[in-house]
Design a binder for this molecule. Structure first.
Ligand code: TYM
Length: 338
């Protein structure tokens, strides 16, 4: 019997309520949450404490939190099956975070590439929270003893850090208290790239709005953004080797394949040798087909604040019941309880 099997199989993931959600968030993460709730006890968290590691307008933050909850539900997460809640409503995340701060090593954090990318040359001036961000992320996972964590590829290194923390914690306190969390990364859409630059990840912080398609974009905006997406003057190559070098074209095919749930190769075969305009025309149809119902449902849900708040509240009460027990165990083994 594997060590893991003694733990409840549980999924946890988090999404930041910053700057709205784009199709990278959807295809790389949220879409994949949906089938998991059938087989796992699942928790989906709006990570507002992570959001404030960079400046957030307080009024906007409240709205954005509801928007993420609405996106979860509109994408197919069933609040009757899964828990949807705000991170800050479960204070045990931050309580565990302190303990894990004392387990993780400086050297481990110093290796985090996302911090280096985000801080850039401004390292002395970013918040301390941005630096310790991956420890809070480990707490989000471990406070529920989650066994599986669906994320996009950009979170892989943070997951590795969480795994290092588990090893050291269990070893230091001589108890298999935490399961080893397994990342679930959907290869098909693990890294959706910018529509303007195929070497850059699609991101909320990109200055060009044309770099990303938002879940709240109108059909006209979707059409405009795909039409403007960077491509080459020559047709789509038949050879995969040649296509590999055309980053923007490869990204459009990846997006198409992920939305249609079919293989990259099949889409490539269908459009190899054809002009980009043909691919773009069909892609516009597909993206609108998939995004329109989500957007419309998000609008309905965000209009019903009471409903969303009630989902978030009941989610946090249930999440807290699990989190309190795990924190008690942590306090017991570390000598923090009386
Ligand atoms: P965040 O809010 O930046 O992104 C939410 C999810 O979307 C994925 N993602 C992408 N996937 C593919 N292509 C892209 N261009 C793209 N951009 C974003 C992310 O990988 C993520 O899965 N640190 C996390 C939030 C977090 C979390 C956690 C995740 C906090 N605690 C615990 C899992 C478990 C973040 O900033 O995601």
């Amino acid at each position: 019997m594997s060590k893991e099997s003694s733990f409840t199989q549980r999924v946890l993931s988090g999404v930041q309520p910053t700057g709205g959600l784009h199709i990278g968030n959807y295809l790389g993460a949220i879409k994949n949450f949906v089938p998991l709730q059938k087989d796992y006890e699942s928790l989906f968290c709006v990570v507002d404490l992570h959001a404030i590691t960079v400046w957030q307008d307080p009024k906007e933050l409240i709205t954005k939190k509801r928007e993420v909850a609405a996106a979860f539900i509109a994408s197919g997460i069933d609040p009757k099956k899964s828990l949807i809640f705000n991170q800050s409503d479960v204070p045990e995340h931050t309580q565990l975070s302190w303990v894990l701060n004392c387990v993780a090593r400086m050297g481990w954090l110093n290796r985090m590439t996302q911090f280096k990318d985000k801080a850039g040359k401004n390292k002395e001036n970013v918040s301390v929270g941005l630096y310790t961000y991956p420890i809070l992320m480990a707490s989000d996972i471990l406070i529920y003893k989650a066994t599986h964590v669906p994320v996009g590829e950009d979170q892989k290194q943070h997951l590795e850090l969480a795994r290092d923390i588990v090893l050291k914690f269990n070893n230091d306190f001589e108890k298999e208290l935490f399961p080893m969390p397994e990342p679930i990364i959907m290869e098909k859409a693990a890294r959706i790239m910018s529509l303007r630059d195929g070497s850059k990840k699609m991101s909320k912080s990109d200055i060009s709005e044309y770099s990303r398609i938002m879940l709240t974009d109108s059909n006209d905006e979707i059409e405009k953004k795909i039409k403007k997406a960077k491509t080459d003057a020559k047709p789509i190559p038949d050879s995969l080797k040649e296509l590999e070098l055309m980053l923007e074209a490869k990204n459009l095919i990846t997006i198409y394949a992920a939305f249609e749930n079919i293989s990259f190769d099949l889409i490539h075969k269908r459009y190899g040798g054809k002009n980009f305009s043909e691919l773009k025309k069909d892609l516009i149809g597909t993206v609108i087909d998939k995004i329109e119902p989500i957007r419309e449902e998000m609008i309905k849900l965000t209009d019903d604040q009471k409903y969303l708040d009630s989902i978030l509240e009941s989610g946090s009460i249930k999440a807290r019941n699990i989190a309190k027990e795990v924190l008690n165990e942590v306090y017991d083994v570390t000598g923090l309880s009386n």
